[in-house]
Design a protein around this ligand. Structure first.
Ligand SMILES: *[C@@H]1O[C@H](CO)[C@@H](O)[C@H](O)[C@H]1NC(C)=O
Ligand SMILES: *[C@@H]1O[C@H](CO)[C@@H](O)[C@H](O)[C@H]1NC(C)=O
Length: 162
């Protein structure tokens, strides 16, 4: 599913628990801000998010809050969870988008699960995220996952079907 439509779907689910008109829908984004080495850097993802926000905006006002998960140009395992906590504390978002890198995604996804906040990310590639246990209950992956790519772990190699 394309990112804008998936965003719409999850935002609708997140927004659906509130009475309509009660307040704005707050979308919090934690992504690398500049470095285009990252597939999910803001300059790449931003236009899709803008489309989704525009479409959503027809139904209810959307507050978009962006914080960078980039520290000195690199994805930061340290900065991303701190930013997520600040976003939660100061803006109480309905939906989190990001982070775009696997280690930051792990820690932020655990917070999101604890807060019961839907988290959409393409960065959670590792097979460990597949376990929808307490740690990653609210995680929605929009990107590749290692088990589906068949590239990690203790899987049984596939034999061609005859
Ligand atoms: C909702 O968002 C609009 C802009 O999208 C803003 O002007 C307004 O102050 C916001 N309202 C609340 C309650 O945050
Ligand atoms: C962007 O990220 C890559 C991969 O982490 C890194 O090698 C590169 O130095 C970064 N670029 C800048 C300008 O910091």
């Amino acid at each position: 599913m394309a990112l804008p439509s998936l965003l719409l779907l999850v935002a609708a689910l997140a927004g659906g628990v509130r009475p309509p008109g009660a307040r704005n829908l707050t979308l919090a984004v934690v992504l690398p801000e500049h470095n285009l080495s990252y597939a999910w850097a803001w300059p790449r993802v931003g236009p899709a998010v803008a489309l989704a926000v525009e479409a959503l905006g027809r139904a209810l006002p959307v507050d978009l809050r962006f914080v960078s998960s980039e520290l000195e140009g690199a994805c930061s395992e340290y900065l991303a969870p701190l930013s997520a906590v600040d976003l939660k504390l100061y803006h109480d978002p309905d939906l989190l988008l990001g982070p775009g890198c696997v280690y930051p995604a792990a820690s932020v996804a655990r917070f999101a699960s604890h807060w019961r906040l839907p988290l959409l990310t393409a960065g959670a590639v590792a097979s460990g995220f597949s376990a929808k246990n307490d740690h990653y209950r609210t995680l929605v992956r929009t990107g590749p996952s290692a088990p589906k790519l068949d590239c990690i772990g203790d899987h049984v190699p596939r034999t061609p079907k005859s």
